[in-house]
Write a protein that binds this ligand. Structure first.
Ligand code: NAI
Length: 333
């Protein structure tokens, strides 16, 4: 009995010592709720701070009954952004409107750019040392927006800003595994570039799996436009939420493990990167090794087939435009 109590006490104090405060902004949304659920189950989270402009008290009360150590707090409305963010180690941002059928991610720019800018200003003010994980679309532009806001506040650290592109990699594994009869968990596809349409570049030639050219072209297209399948099936009620929550929780978990000092953790993510800077794109997604300070090592694109090189060139042209649009939104304001 005594031993059990002692174990419980030392377990909870070690969680409190090592766990991190994670804030989710947009926590009442289609992604925010399942993402918050998955983070509540994560033993590396000691405090889960849920912020939205609606419904967070209910979501927080509900999640707080789950018997895991993470303490859950709910914060509703702009006046509570400060208390939601203060002390956060990691801030995950899925706030903003999702796509409806026929929309591109860029069509979300006007609404989401303002939302993300406001939240980034909050992060700069209340949690300037936090790691920022941006899910809100268009990621190719919202990440540069956050960077510019942080620069304006003198707190930009490129090692702590991430565009979450994990869902492209999750989808790539699933789609490749489906046509090759493999376990999707055993299929690893390096997806580089950005997070929309032609900027999503799956490097199937690096998988070690043999494909016909027809398979390559069909798979590439499906990975680039996989999000549209969900938007169409949801028929006007939103875009990917459950698969995105899983992908976002996976990335957050990898970062939390790296912040704890675990080595060799590599995730694809859209970061301030030298990889395509000579072509004029300051942000680019490749595999990135994570460490105690965030980005530890940015992997190169690696070898590409002739077909992939052609797509790479197209991706960079579009990506540059998306990045410039985000930068201009803040600089021109
Ligand atoms: P949703 O509409 O279900 O939820 C968005 C939430 O954001 C709502 O609860 C809303 O109240 C909240 N919100 C709006 N303005 C806010 C503000 N100023 N501050 C805080 N919260 C605010 O949308 P869903 O499906 O959760 O998608 C969210 C975003 O994630 C969209 O921009 C979507 O395009 C993007 N997304 C990104 C993916 C990726 O791979 N990076 C994949 C799927 C979606």
């Amino acid at each position: 009995m005594f031993a059990t109590q002692l174990f419980r006490r030392s377990f909870s104090s070690s969680v409190a010592m090592h766990g991190k405060k994670v804030a989710v902004l947009g926590a009442a949304g289609g992604i925010g709720q399942p993402l918050s659920l998955l983070l509540k189950l994560n033993p590396l989270v000691s405090e889960l701070s849920l912020y939205d402009i609606v419904n967070t008290p209910g979501v927080a009360a509900d999640l707080s009954h789950i018997n895991t150590p993470a303490k859950v707090t709910g914060h509703k409305g702009a006046e509570s952004l400060g208390e939601a963010l203060t002390g956060s180690d990691v801030i995950v941002i899925p706030a903003g409107v999702p796509r409806k059928p026929g929309m591109t991610r860029d069509d979300l720019f006007n609404t989401n750019a303002n939302i993300v800018k406001t939240l980034a200003e909050g992060a700069a003010k209340y949690a300037p040392k936090a790691h920022l994980l941006i899910i809100s679309n268009p990621v190719n532009s919202t990440v540069p927006i956050v960077a510019e806001v942080l620069k304006k506040h003198g707190v930009f650290d490129p090692a702590r800003l991430f565009g979450v592109t994990s869902l492209d990699v999750v989808r790539a594994s699933t789609f490749v595994a489906a046509i090759k009869g493999k376990n999707p968990e055993d299929v690893h596809v390096h997806v580089v570039g950005g997070h929309s349409g032609v900027t999503i570049l799956p490097l199937l030639s690096q998988t070690g799996i043999k494909f016909t050219q027809d398979e390559i072209e069909k798979l590439t297209h499906r990975i680039q436009y996989g999000g549209d399948e969900v938007v169409k099936a949801k028929d006007g009620t939103g875009s990917a939420t459950l698969s995105m929550a899983q992908a976002g929780a996976r990335f957050t978990n990898s970062l939390l493990k790296a912040l704890e000092g675990q080595k060799g953790i590599v995730e694809p993510t859209f970061v301030f990167s030298p990889v395509a800077q000579k072509e004029g794109a300051d942000f680019f997604a490749t595999n990135v090794e994570l460490g105690t300070g965030g980005v530890a090592k940015i992997h190169p694109v690696g070898p590409m087939s002739d077909y992939e090189q052609k797509l790479y060139a197209e991706a960079v042209v579009e990506l540059k435009k998306n990045i410039a649009k985000g930068v201009q939104f803040v600089k021109g304001a």
